[in-house]
Write a protein that binds this ligand. Structure first.
Ligand SMILES: NC(=O)c1ccc[n+]([C@@H]2O[C@H](COP(=O)([O-])OP(=O)(O)OC[C@H]3O[C@@H](n4cnc5c(N)ncnc54)[C@H](O)[C@@H]3O)[C@@H](O)[C@H]2O)c1
Length: 365
């Protein structure tokens, strides 16, 4: 398969993970790096031997077919629209945007221009998550009943070098971590129909303890302890807690319950991990994860799948429609908490096609 030319806009913290993982996918030919902060692009250029150029030069490069948008969440839609208007396919880091109406414009613009729009997270394509989905699809759990999703930590100001955006509009634990959990739940249980929520803000200010901004204070603009309920079209009801206010806890990241048994799905921030099943009345047993993409960091597999899908003229899995649904759910959780009402979800994407058990690196190459 002929490789697809990729340009990257946004050369901050996460760009290194993409530049490393992309080497696993020969379909990805990374041609250029850009950032509004030229020094950030230059730094990655020196580390990975890929030219650093201006954003305008990258968007004008005829060798680039897909632009990977690794800017901060508040810039995702603006930069995404610039990419599409330059005639390139766009693939965004999560969340697709920080405002559902705004991100809808991105999906519409891509549709109008017949360009692809893709978005992280792509961890649901990891071997463990695909094995969990197949196990549920085979009917082993009976009818879906519900589930739980937990991400709770003391806050990212302990480790991120530039953590301010996590506490500004468009930040918060739900928009930051919710995409991993909700995308995995939608991949397994199908789309969400309705949500309810409560979301307090236990602290108005946070003190950065990571370098180089150690000691600086961030004003908190968003709820930082978000507790929601998701009702799926399937009838299942799951609870989700995303928090930057919890010192420690012992909940598992993701569990799914059915009329016949319970399933433990590993952390959806990673590609692998143990999948465990307990059949009603029985003991916990391992669900085999004999699949590719289960034993490392494949952050860029969604982009590789989109690149291969362009060459193969088929739908890609980490799609703009899926990411828009997840964004609508997350925004509705915020609104439900504010208004003390349940909120109906308007988008209803198809579940992405499962990744065939045999889909090795060569299939995405
Ligand atoms: N850091 C992580 O561990 C992590 C993990 C998964 C996903 N993400 C996601 O990746 C994205 C980027 O996160 P990060 O941690 O790398 O942030 P970061 O702040 O380290 O880097 C973002 C970069 O984008 C650049 N940028 C911002 N607006 C721009 C614009 N309009 N045009 C061009 N460049 C622009 C900034 O100069 C910066 O270099 C976020 O959406 C985040 O949610 C981050």
């Amino acid at each position: 398969m002929q490789p697809v030319g990729i340009g990257i806009i946004g050369c901050g913290n996460i760009s290194a993970a993409y530049l490393k993982a992309a080497k696993s996918f020969p379909v990805l030919a990374i041609k250029a790096l850009a950032d509004r902060d030229q020094a950030a692009a230059q730094k990655r250029s020196e580390e990975f031997g890929i030219p650093a150029v201006s954003v305008a030069a990258l968007l004008a490069d005829p060798e680039i077919e897909i632009v990977l948008n690794l800017t901060i969440p508040g810039a995702h839609v603006k930069v995404g629209l610039e990419i599409l208007k330059a005639g390139k396919h766009a693939y965004s880091e999560k969340p697709l945007g920080i405002d559902f109406a705004d991100a809808t414009r991105l999906v519409e613009e891509a549709g109008k221009r017949r360009l692809r729009l893709g978005s992280a997270p792509d961890t649901f394509l990891g071997g463990a998550h695909q094995a969990a989905r197949e196990f549920v699809d085979e009917g082993n759990l009976g009818s879906p009943v519900g589930g739980t999703a937990f991400f709770m930590c003391p806050g990212h100001e302990r480790w991120h070098p530039n953590p301010d955006f996590y506490y500004q509009r468009g930040g918060g634990p739900m928009l930051d971590m919710g995409p991993y959990y909700i995308t995995d739940l939608v991949n397994i249980l199908g789309p969400v129909a309705r949500v309810a929520a409560m979301a307090p803000q236990p602290r108005r200010a946070r003190t950065i303890t990571s370098e180089p901004k150690k000691g600086q204070t961030i004003d908190v603009e968003v709820p930082t302890h978000v507790v929601g309920m998701l009702e799926f079209h399937s009838g299942a009801v799951a609870s989700i807690t995303m928090s930057f206010d919890v010192a420690a806890h012992k909940h598992l990241p993701l569990e799914i319950y059915g009329t016949e048994g319970s399933l433990i799905v590993p952390d959806p921030n990673h590609f692998g991990g143990e999948v465990k099943f307990l059949k009603k009345g029985g003991e916990w047993t391992d669900v085999p994860v004999a699949r590719p993409y289960a034993d490392g960091n494949y952050r860029s597999i969604g982009l590789a799948d989109m690149a291969a899908a362009i060459r193969q003229d088929r739908p890609h899995r980490a799609s703009g429609d899926l990411a828009l649904h997840v964004l609508e759910v997350m925004e509705a959780i915020g609104k439900a908490a504010e208004t003390r009402r349940t909120i109906d979800i308007t988008t209803r994407p198809e579940r992405p096609q499962p990744l065939a058990q045999s889909a090795g690196l060569d299939r995405l190459a």
